[in-house]
Design a protein around this ligand. Structure first.
Ligand code: FAD
Ligand code: UDP
Length: 377
């Protein structure tokens, strides 16, 4: 490491947030950026790579890009073409695989024709065709049969899955968590209905390479910023790692959930009918993922991964999910106040630094907004 290295910006983390800001600053402001990344690759949790069997896998769990923001879509489209892809998920319930989000097709699959039609009419009358109803809202229904349906879906789809994923009940988390997968009064089996959806044609990592491919950008892998910060002279820093770790956990640890992925290659073209099958009630994993559905790769064999939720402990595994609960956001706001004090020198953004359950498009939107603020200052 050249201890005399001098840059305008030190960016910690090469995920969506860090890469977007590095690209904007390098390109638009013509300033020098060093991106330091603790892992041995760029892309953050969206990283994809070929496994030993030659299958393109998403190392940290399947990533499907979806957004309603034309700004974000157009921005990323400068660095990649897209493979059109609509994500579909099934949940294994009562011995069959039903569509998720739970929709009118799930009703038809689970109940007798007559009863499914009755529930369908009730849902349409009460909420309207096309409505998306968070399960915790549906559970408030005073209607006897809708109340039965809500309880059925809560028990069979949400309760045990959420315990496995978060070690909490759905109602112990911010309502927005289970509302990500609302009951959908529709026959549309897609997981997302956003205007723009797809997978980078040559993969996420290839897209990140293009974002970071600029003479003003240098990337240092396998480097925790704490190990190198003293050796580099920089004017400002953008930090996209966990905010509690940055401040030495002075207000206590912010809790995160982690995951363990178990990969398996099978000597057949396809393992399951869609990219993700959830197992809310069985096993101690939550999902089986098969990324060939997303990538469109043609190969005689396929790689799947089992997703096992885990408690997070710093240094041992990855902080994949902030845990959206009131007491955690209160603790986060203590860190945020600290962050505000050093705004002229260090900026914080991203899923870990903002302690927000961002999707990829939200991370990019957040980075683009921060860049606008930097320019305006
Ligand atoms: P990250 O991707 O976490 O990047 C932060 C980077 O900073 C990491 O690479 C980390 O190694 C590095 N870092 C942290 N601390 C340090 C340090 N001290 N020194 C050096 N480097 C450091 N979103 C979607 O839109 N669609 C999906 O289908 C989807 N699926 C997901 C599945 C899973 C299992 C997970 C966990 C997330 C998923 N997401 C999905 C969310 C998506 O991964 C995030 O929105 C996105 O990765 C956020 O980007 P980021 O740059 O803020 O954070
Ligand atoms: N969820 C559930 N059962 C499912 C799918 C989702 O209980 O079959 C709940 C669970 O609490 C989960 C949340 O809805 O954490 C959000 O699901 P999503 O698929 O958005 O999770 P992610 O892909 O971000 O892990």
């Amino acid at each position: 490491m050249n201890s005399n290295m001098k840059v305008d910006w030190l960016i910690v983390g090469a995920g969506f947030t860090g890469a977007t800001l590095a690209e904007r600053i390098a390109n638009e402001l013509d300033q020098k950026v060093l991106v330091v990344e603790g892992r041995n690759h760029i892309g953050g949790n969206a990283y994809d790579c070929y496994d030993e069997q030659g299958v393109l896998i998403h190392k940290y769990g399947s990533h499907t890009f979806h957004t309603n923001s034309k700004l974000v879509w157009d921005y990323l489209s400068r660095f990649t073409q897209w493979r059109p892809y609509f994500h579909e998920v099934r949940a294994y319930v009562d011995g069959i695989k039903i569509p998720l989000p739970f929709n009118l097709n799930a009703l038809s699959a689970l109940f007798s024709l007559q009863y499914a039609q009755k529930l369908e009419s009730l849902l349409i009358r009460q909420y309207g065709f096309g409505a998306k109803i968070p399960i915790l809202k549906l559970r408030e229904s005073a209607h006897e049969e809708l109340g039965f349906l809500a309880e059925f879906i809560y028990q069979k789809v949400f309760y045990r899955y959420t315990i496995k994923q978060w070690d909490l009940k759905p109602e112990e988390l911010d309502q927005s968590v289970s509302a990500r997968v609302p009951v959908y009064v529709s026959r549309d089996n897609r997981y997302f209905q956003d205007t723009y959806q797809g997978i980078p044609l040559h993969g996420f990592t290839a897209m990140f390479h293009r974002m970071l491919d600029h003479p003003n950008i240098k990337v240092l892998l396998n480097a925790d910023y704490q190990e190198i910060a003293d050796e580099i002279r920089y004017k400002r820093m953008i930090y996209t790692g966990p905010i509690d770790s940055f401040f030495g956990y002075k207000h206590g640890q912010l809790p995160y959930r982690s995951l363990r992925f178990h990969f398996e290659t099978h000597q057949k073209a396809w393992y399951q009918e869609v990219g993700t099958v959830n197992y809310p009630n069985e096993y101690d994993f939550t999902r089986i993922l098969e990324q060939k559905h997303l990538t469109g790769q043609v190969a005689p064999h396929t790689t799947i991964s089992y997703v096992y939720p885990q408690p997070y402990s710093p240094g041992e595994n990855e902080p994949y999910y902030p845990i959206p609960r009131k007491e955690n956001s209160q603790r986060y706001s203590l860190y945020k106040q600290e962050a505000e004090q050093m705004r002229d020198r260090v900026l914080f953004a991203g899923r870990l630094a903002d302690y927000q359950y961002y999707n990829m498009d939200q991370a990019v939107a957040r980075a683009l907004t921060l860049f606008k603020q930097i320019v305006a200052e």
